[in-house]
Ligand binder design. Structure first.
Ligand SMILES: Cc1cc2nc3c(=O)[nH]c(=O)nc-3n(C[C@H](O)[C@H](O)[C@H](O)COP(=O)(O)OP(=O)(O)OC[C@H]3O[C@@H](n4cnc5c(N)ncnc54)[C@H](O)[C@@H]3O)c2cc1C
Length: 535
């Protein structure tokens, strides 16, 4: 990797510090490089992200039979009254331009006989999903952007460099502290810091996300005084592969878009009992229907049936899903796939305005870590890759209007660099950390999942509080990591307890219907009382 530094210098100064190398971070880095020196940090390898695993595609209203109006309507309908309408208009209208920019730069999406091969997914009334490499859209887009980043002399990237803290004071962010693989702290000063660290769904035991998606950016921002919004809304994807050992991976919505049926354990197709749109209803409707079918049958899964579809089309359009299932003994052209909902997408996050701005000067956020309001209470399929590129550009534009010189940083911020060394045995601390992390995932799965209740949430809250006892047994890196996971879990649980209704992605068993009083967002800033903000 041409512009990767082999040895981390103790201090780096740049105009833009981008944290995270998913679609949002890579796009922000490339665009920001037109205006100044860019540093991009990522805690693992540059390819490790949710973006890399995105399957179905990216939504854009580019077909002559489609229009921005239809896409906006579909997004608002899915969002159950909580979308920020202006943010949705920007997402859809600028999304068309950003996708066109990518194509102009050379990104190749799959083609059909009459031009771009546009797919259909749940909640969309038109074919508007661009995809690449069949169902490997994320991998293709990420690799395309990484190649562009690596060729760009204005961008320096640091892998295995995890941010643990912002350098901030009096409501201003001056950059971040990160730990390399040697656990030594390094300082990255910047005129503008852009957080693009993705979501938190890997804190749940049953998840479609890679293990690193634990919401670290949300915790770091919250600790620095950033507001967080709608943390209770975690989207559970209706069709994640089900196995008894808890392992899970995504079976893309696009599979239903191309005609797969959902079948209950009695062998009956059931989605028409719940929605006129059948299998193509929005995600929350499908997830709830699956939950009801599983509950009534006393089973842990339902099935996706592709047997009636053309076997060759399945193998080429959904190659990675075909291969992953085959490895587990399922030939999806002949066998039904066991599926059940799993934690998939973090709708809430760091509160941002329409230019990615947070309440901390010099700090912006974009992509899944941010909550700009585009998804409301239920994200429309394939809108998140679009959100990444639209709001990454907007975050850079916003930062430009606000930028101070990276040299104007107060020097004594370095006194914040304490407590990163591991003082105990690394093996023992690793073991304790892993044990507690698994415990947290199981608590979240049991009581803070798609179906919640006041008593279950209180129980989760108490159990999470007990977990904080583990922090005393840890030092340095492990303590910081565990604290971040615990903090995000506690935020999700606390917000979930407050929302006494069932809206969008969740069912509260004790408040089973949508309540107009709760057509509101919950916003929280550390040390203050939560605010209920009416839509
Ligand atoms: C299996 C799967 C399939 C999906 N399919 C689709 C789809 O078809 N269409 C769609 O629109 N959406 C899809 N999504 C959702 C979509 O992929 C994500 O919402 C989107 O990619 C998020 O991009 P991001 O750049 O915000 O975050 P990510 O892609 O998750 O990137 C976050 C980056 O931040 C880094 N990071 C995290 N913490 C730190 C730290 N402390 N310090 C430094 N770096 C850090 C990570 O290593 C990573 O590089 C899918 C998600 C999954 C899991």
């Amino acid at each position: 990797m041409s512009n990767e530094r082999k040895h981390l210098p103790p201090e780096v100064k740049s105009d833009f510090l981008i944290i995270g190398s998913g679609l949002a971070g890579l796009y922000a880095a490339l665009y920001a490089s037109k205006f100044g020196e860019v540093t991009i940090l990522t805690k693992s390898t540059v390819e490790e992200s949710n973006s890399f695993w995105a399957q179905g595609g990216i939504a854009a209203a580019i077909d002559p039979e489609d229009s921005a109006w239809f896409h906006i309507e579909d997004t608002l309908r899915a969002g159950r009254g909580l979308c920020n309408e202006r943010a949705v208009e920007l997402l859809v209208n600028e999304g068309i331009e950003r996708v066109a920019d990518l194509i102009d730069l050379g990104m190749e999406f799959d083609m059909g006989d009459k031009g771009l091969d546009l797919g259909l997914e749940g909640g969309h009334t038109k074919r508007r999903i661009l995809h690449a490499g069949g169902s490997s859209t994320g991998r293709e887009m990420v690799r395309f952007l990484i190649a562009a980043v690596e060729e760009n002399p204005g961008i320096t990237k640091y892998e295995s460099t995890g941010v643990v803290k912002f350098l901030s004071r009096d409501g201003r962010c001056y950059g971040a502290v990160a730990l390399g693989s040697d656990f030594e702290p390094r300082v990255f000063y910047a005129g503008s810091t852009i957080l693009a660290t993705g979501g938190a769904s890997a804190i749940f035991e049953r998840t479609t996300n890679p293990g690193g998606s634990t919401g670290e950016g949300i915790s770091i921002a919250y600790q620095a005084g950033a507001r967080v919004t709608d943390m209770e809304f975690v989207q559970f994807h209706p069709t994640a592969f089900y196995s008894e050992d808890g392992g899970s991976f995504l079976i893309s919505e696009a599979v239903r878009g191309e005609g797969a049926h959902l079948i209950n354990t009695e062998g009956r197709r059931f989605m028409s009992d719940y929605s006129d749109l059948g299998e193509l209803a929005p995600r929350d409707v499908v997830s709830r229907a699956i939950y009801k079918e599983m509950k009534e049958a006393g089973k842990d899964c339902v099935y996706l049936d592709l047997k009636h579809m053309d076997a060759e089309i399945i193998k080429s359009r959904f190659e990675n899903i075909y291969l992953a299932c085959r490895e587990l003994g399922f030939d999806i052209t002949r066998d039904m796939i066991p599926v059940a909902p799993a934690a998939h997408y973090t709708i809430g996050g760091v509160s941002t305005g329409l230019r990615g701005e947070t309440n901390i000067k010099g700090l912006s956020a974009c992509g899944e870590v941010a909550c700009s309001g585009v998804h409301g209470a239920n994200r429309l399929a394939s809108n998140s890759l679009l959100e990444c590129i639209v709001f990454a550009k907007r975050a850079v534009d916003g930062a430009l209007q606000n930028q101070d010189s990276a040299t104007d940083t107060p020097g004594d911020l370095l006194s914040q660099l304490t407590g990163y060394g591991i003082s105990g045995s690394r093996d023992t601390e690793q073991k304790t950390y892993t044990e507690c992390r698994e415990n947290i995932s199981s608590i979240m799965n049991r009581n803070v999942g798609m179906v919640r209740s006041g008593s279950g949430l209180k129980e989760a809250s108490r159990e999470l509080q007990e977990c904080s006892g583990y922090l005393d047994k840890l030092t340095g890196y492990f303590k910081i990591k565990l604290n971040m996971i615990l903090e995000v879990s506690q935020l999700i649980t606390r917000f979930s307890l407050m929302r006494e209704e069932s809206r969008g992605v969740h069912i509260r068993e004790d408040f089973p219907v949508e309540n107009p009083i709760w057509k509101s967002h919950i916003v929280l800033e550390r040390g203050k009382e939560p605010q209920i903000v009416k839509v």
